[in-house]
Design a binder for this molecule. Structure first.
Ligand code: CAA
Length: 261
């Protein structure tokens, strides 16, 4: 992979993806979104990777979409840029592996939208959150009008988006935008520990849980529980289910040693 604005590392069962475009506080331009798309392809392909951590280098996670690139866009270019961001983030949301956003600093606009496309968000005490778009004359464009309301509820989402205000990590925790808040120096270790805890459980089951939750949350409860029955049943075709249950009945555990089969 030829990456300029993103660092990609593997550590055992997990991958660490770091957005690193210091001159613009990791703002997402077309080039970075294209690189991100390639990173997702790699994450999909590599069967050794069972969980992913995404973070930002320096004092920012991602300070939004790139304002200098957007400034002179036409209607068509603006729409295409929005479609590109939404396509990439939707691929991330649908990735068959859990993704943890480790929010180290500014998590604004497209950065907050990237975090919302991840499965779990944890933050540093230094992180700042917001959807500042209406203060720039635009709407959120990479899923913010949709995923923020689904995550924190419609009232809190509308307040954040209409006011364009910036909130701190404690407030983000209070409204349910992040699951937990850590001191900056331990954030990445905490994210990796969480990723490894998940990666040690049965990967196919974790993937099925992600599919069932993501699909189920968007539909009526009868259809949703039918998805659950479907994935629950499918687990019984896996070696991991047979061996995991066998281990339990023999007073052992397969956690950490599942085969991903
Ligand atoms: N796009 C392009 N460049 C950006 C950027 C962005 N989103 N955010 C920061 N930068 C650049 C700045 O222009 C500056 O560049 P120069 O050094 O060349 O002047 C550099 O990064 C450092 O930024 P600051 O000097 O502003 O740093 P600061 O610490 O004083 O402030 C900040 C940090 C509060 C995050 C501030 O940079 C800021 O408000 N950034 C913009 C945040 C924003 O509005 N994001 C939403 C973008 S729109 C969007 O995301 C649409 C969408 O949904 C798709």
């Amino acid at each position: 992979m030829n990456l300029k604005n993103i660092a990609f590392e593997k550590e055992g069962k997990i991958a660490l993806v770091t957005i690193n475009r210091p001159k613009a506080l990791n703002a997402l331009n077309t080039e970075t979104l294209a690189e991100f798309d390639n990173v997702i392809t790699e994450l999909e392909k590599d069967s050794e990777i069972l969980a992913v951590v995404i973070t930002g280098a320096g004092k920012s996670f991602v300070a939004g979409a790139d304002i200098s690139e957007m400034k002179d866009m036409s209607v068509i270019e603006g729409r295409e840029f929005g479609i590109l961001g939404n396509k990439v983030f939707r691929r991330l949301e649908n990735l068959g592996k859990p993704v943890i956003a480790a929010l180290n600093g500014f998590t604004l606009g497209g950065g907050c939208e990237l975090a919302l496309a991840c499965d779990i968000r944890i933050a540093s005490t230094k992180a700042k959150f917001g959807q500042p778009e209406t203060g720039l004359g635009i709407t959120p464009g990479f899923g913010g009008t949709q995923r923020l309301a689904r995550t924190v509820g419609i009232g809190a989402a509308k307040e954040l988006i209409y006011t364009a205000k910036i909130i701190n990590a404690n407030e983000a925790y209070r409204i349910g935008l992040v699951n937990s808040v850590f001191e900056p120096e331990v954030l990445i270790d905490e994210a990796k520990a969480l990723a490894n805890t998940i990666a040690n459980n049965a990967p196919v089951a974790v993937k099925f849980c992600k599919v069932a939750i993501n699909r189920g949350i968007q539909t009526d409860i009868d259809t949703a529980v039918a998805y659950e029955s479907e994935v629950f049943g499918s687990c019984f075709s896996t070696e991991d289910q047979k061996e995991g249950m066998d281990a339990f009945l023999n007073k052992k555990s397969l956690v950490g040693n599942f085969k991903n089969k």
